[in-house]
Structures are given as C-alpha cells and as structure tokens.
Design a protein around this ligand. Structure first.
Ligand SMILES: *Cc1c(COP(=O)(O)O)cnc(C)c1O
Length: 486
C-alpha cells in the first residue's frame, strides 16, 4: 500500500528562489498497515445499549450506600463539579502568566486559609496528589528539619491502629518503625509509648481518629511527651470527617497534618484518582514546604519559589487543581456551618453502631467518631468476607474488611453524614438478615453474591492475572449468576 502526500511548496515571488512543484512518496512499513479493522457492524442503539449496560455493572456512591470504612465515600455535591468545569478554571494552562491567573491563585490561597482555620496549622501546601504522598512529604520535611538542626534521629513511633501507609512511609524514608500496641479502649498504650520514646525518635505518627474510628483520649499527653523529647508530632488527618469545627489537630500539639481532600472535602474518588493529600504545618516548618507556594502581597497573588530550605517538588505544577476547586466549593458552601458535617457523620456512625453492636461483636465498646469496627469472628473464619459478598445481593457496597489488622474478621463501617436514616435502617435490616442466613444457610452465603454480573472471584488471580477481555462465555466464577445479568 502506498500513501502519497502531495503538497505544493508555497510559490515565493520574492528574493528566495522559486522551487519546482514536487511529489513526495512515503512507503509505510507493511506491519503497520492494517488492511481491515475488526469493527462490528451494529446499530447505533446497540452500541448505546452495550455501553450503558457496561456502565450499570459498576457501583458508585451515586447508585447506592457505600460504607467503605476509612474511605469516606460521601455524596459529592454536583455544584462542586460545576465549579470545577467553569471554563476559566478547566481551560487554564498551568504556565499562564500570573497577571492572567489571579482568580485561580486567589482560590488556592483562600483554600489554604480555610484549611489553616479548620486544622489550626500555620501554612499549607496543596501539591501532594494523595494521602500517602502528603505523608511522604511530611516525613521528608521532618528529616530535613532534623538535618538542619544537626540531629540524627532514625525512628518513628506508630501505634498498631495506624493506617498502613504510616509505617510504609516511615520505612520508605529509612526510619525504623516502633509499633506501640493499643490498650483496652483502643488508644495507643501510653505506658508502652513512654518506654518507646528516646532521643532516636524523629516523629510520632498518629492516625486520629484511628482506624478503629476512635479518637485517642491521650492525644494531648502524647504530644507533650513527644515535644519534651524534641520529637515532632505528625497527624494522619486523611479522615477529618469527625473533627470539622469540633476540634483542631493544631491545638492538640500536632506539628504537621495531611488531609485527603478526596475524602473529607468531597472530591470524587474510588476510581483511582485524581486526589489531593494536602499538607499543613506549624510555622517553624513552613520554610521546608515544597515550591512554588501561592502567596499574597498587596492584594496581588503570585507564586513564590524562594523557600530557602524547601525539600523541592513532589509533583508537577501546583497539584491537582481541579480537586482544589471542588474542595473550595464544598467548604465555601458550608461556610461557618461546617461543624454540621462532622456532627452528622458522628451521629450516623453511632446510630449504626448502636443498632449493630449486638448483631455482631463490637471490637471496642465506646462511642465512635466517623466509623466503627465490628468483628464477625464468632461466625468463623472468612465470615467477614462472606458477609461483605452477600451485602452486594442486597444492593450495598461492602464495608472495608480485614482492616484494621488488630481486629479478627473485621468489618469497618463508615456511613458518612450524607446518608438518610431510611438508608441506614435498610442496611441494618440487610445485616441482620445475613446473620440469620449465616445460621440457617451458610453454604448459600458462601456462594454469594448471586445477583451481580460476576459471582465470587478468585481475588488473588483477579489482581495478579486480570482478564480485561471478559465475555460471558469466559465466565469462570464458581457460582451460577442471575439469569438476567448481561
Ligand atoms: C485513605 C487513607 C490514607 C491514604 O490516602 P491515599 O490518598 O489513598 O494515599 C492514609 N491514611 C488514612 C487514615 C486513610 O484513611
């Protein structure tokens, strides 16, 4: 096959010599020439139905209740999407000159002001794209801080109820993790903590509320002891959903905190991104923040690259700006009522906890914050998995299971503030029904889900050897699926 490009050189009548008209022939290598594409010959309506059916095989917070603990799958108001799609924001080039981008710079600056107010911190960077990246930045900054002070500290204290990213981040930054166990109320064991503190400890990383959904009752004492030891306090604030307007980590002695805008501040997530794991710090750490920083001088906003001790960049440009717009819109629409978010999140979690604590076992019997953890241990090994799968047949997304690791057969439930009492009541009914099924027909529960497009998958194989070309004839599930499913 020969493709002929024909073009005519512009005829110059000036001082440049006139050139002859010319044909250029390019022979394409045969292996890149496709004779015929295997495109099916179908009606438009069949294409529409195919893709609409595919889209309905998925689950999202706009479809149903999504109590995935630690993930804060709240409803994301559509007004935030409108704001993020406004042309002035969505079509802006990140390298546009500052005189043309005053509105966007102002938005980032004001978002930082809001977050400072909410957390009690003195400065923020919006650059990190995920909670784990915010943590990475925080620990890099802590290391730079001690390096400048001429101190060599090599350890991080982390309770066993912390999110897994905390020890992962510490070890990626070459800090040795000292794990402190929880006490009978789900707090970090304070005596074991005292023993662990030494001049080697660079920072204490506290997920607060922790992964049991419990606020550490000794937070102030933990901070005081750390500071007396010259140790920094890091707060994993990915789940701020129980603290907004009620208490501020900055007032509890924390020196740094990362927030997940894609959890608490209602920017969509669950599909793998984009996210925003913004990091706030006390003023003595400000100069270590990444550059550029948005600053305001004489009512003019600009980007400052002169932070002398800056650890550099952790990503391109200014972070995921679209997420900043959504979070700004969300915070702005709540205004001084922001406390209501957390009050309702706490109320919903405690309502569910009180109705379910006798259905399954409550890991720690205490008022919870934004989430709580049940254990289905008395129904045997793998029962948490069976319950989670069966919930799908009742139209609910499963809770987080087998996390935190310190609770056997854990079901970690986070309803968020955006659910109604009716939805929560239906969820309770479903779980009570499943408990009866576990007693009366455990084999059926083990086969579930029975009504979803695919049945129970071999999850290890699905992760290691994903088959992305799924067709009905290739279905390898062990159970019969609903006749009606596509
Ligand atoms: C979700 C979460 C993280 C990690 O956030 P990513 O954005 O997924 O990196 C860290 N800590 C806690 C407590 C979390 O809930």
């Amino acid at each position: 096959m020969k493709i002929i490009f024909e073009y005519e050189e512009e005829k110059n009548t000036g001082h440049i010599q006139e050139e002859e008209e010319e044909d250029i022939c390019i022979e394409l290598p045969s292996d890149i020439v496709r004779e015929e594409l295997p495109i099916p010959n179908v009606n438009e309506i069949d294409v529409v139905r195919h893709y609409t059916n595919l889209s309905r095989m998925n689950f999202g917070v706009d479809i149903g209740f999504y109590p995935l603990g630690s993930c804060t799958m709240k409803y994301n108001p559509k007004v935030n999407e409108d704001a993020a799609r406004a042309e002035g924001f969505s079509n802006l080039h990140p390298l546009s000159p500052e005189v043309c981008t005053q509105g966007s710079l102002k938005l980032m600056w004001e978002l930082k002001e809001y977050l400072k107010d909410i957390t009690g911190m003195d400065d923020f960077t919006l650059q990190p794209s995920a909670g784990a990246q915010g943590e990475l930045l925080g620990v890099m900054m802590a290391k730079a801080y001690f390096r400048h002070k001429g101190e060599k500290r090599t350890q991080a204290i982390i309770p066993d109820s912390a999110h897994g990213t905390n020890p992962a981040t510490a070890s990626i930054c070459k800090l040795e993790t000292i794990t402190v166990p929880s006490d009978s109320r789900g707090n970090m064991n304070i005596d074991r903590y005292r023993e662990a503190l030494s001049p080697e400890v660079a920072l204490v990383m506290l997920t607060n509320p922790n992964t049991l959904g419990l606020f550490d009752e000794n937070t102030i004492e933990i901070s005081d002891l750390a500071h007396k030891n010259g140790t920094l306090m890091y707060c994993d604030g990915a789940n701020m959903n129980a603290l907004l307007g009620i208490t501020r980590p900055g007032d509890q002695g924390f020196d740094m905190i990362h927030l997940n805008l894609h959890k608490t501040f209602s920017t969509p997530h669950g599909g793998g991104g984009p996210g925003a794991g913004v990091l706030g710090v006390k003023s003595f750490l400000s100069e270590y923040l990444p550059v550029p920083q948005v600053v305001k001088r004489d009512s003019v906003y600009s980007l400052d690259y002169t932070y002398k001790k800056s650890v550099g960049r952790v990503r391109s440009f200014y972070g995921n700006f679209g997420m900043h717009v959504r979070a700004y819109s969300y915070i702005h629409s709540w205004g001084t009522n922001i406390r209501k978010i957390s009050e309702h999140a706490i109320l919903n979690a405690n309502y569910l906890q009180s109705l379910l604590k006798d259905t399954f076992d409550l890991a720690y019997n205490r008022q919870c914050a934004h989430e709580f953890v049940l254990s289905s241990k008395r129904f045997g090994q793998k029962s948490a998995l069976d319950i989670a799968k069966r919930l799908m047949d009742y139209g609910f997304h499963p809770p987080t299971i087998y996390f935190p690791l310190i609770v056997p057969e854990a079901l970690m439930i986070e309803p968020t503030e955006t659910e109604t009492k009716e939805t929560l009541d239906r969820f309770v009914l479903a779980l009570k029904k499943i408990r009866s099924e576990l007693k009366e027909d455990p084999e059926m529960v083990k086969q579930s889900p029975l009504s979803t497009p695919v049945g129970r998958l071999d999850e290890v194989a699905a992760a290691r050897r994903p088959n992305l070309r799924w067709r009905p004839s290739q279905r390898q599930t062990k159970v019969a699926v609903n006749e009606k499913s596509p």
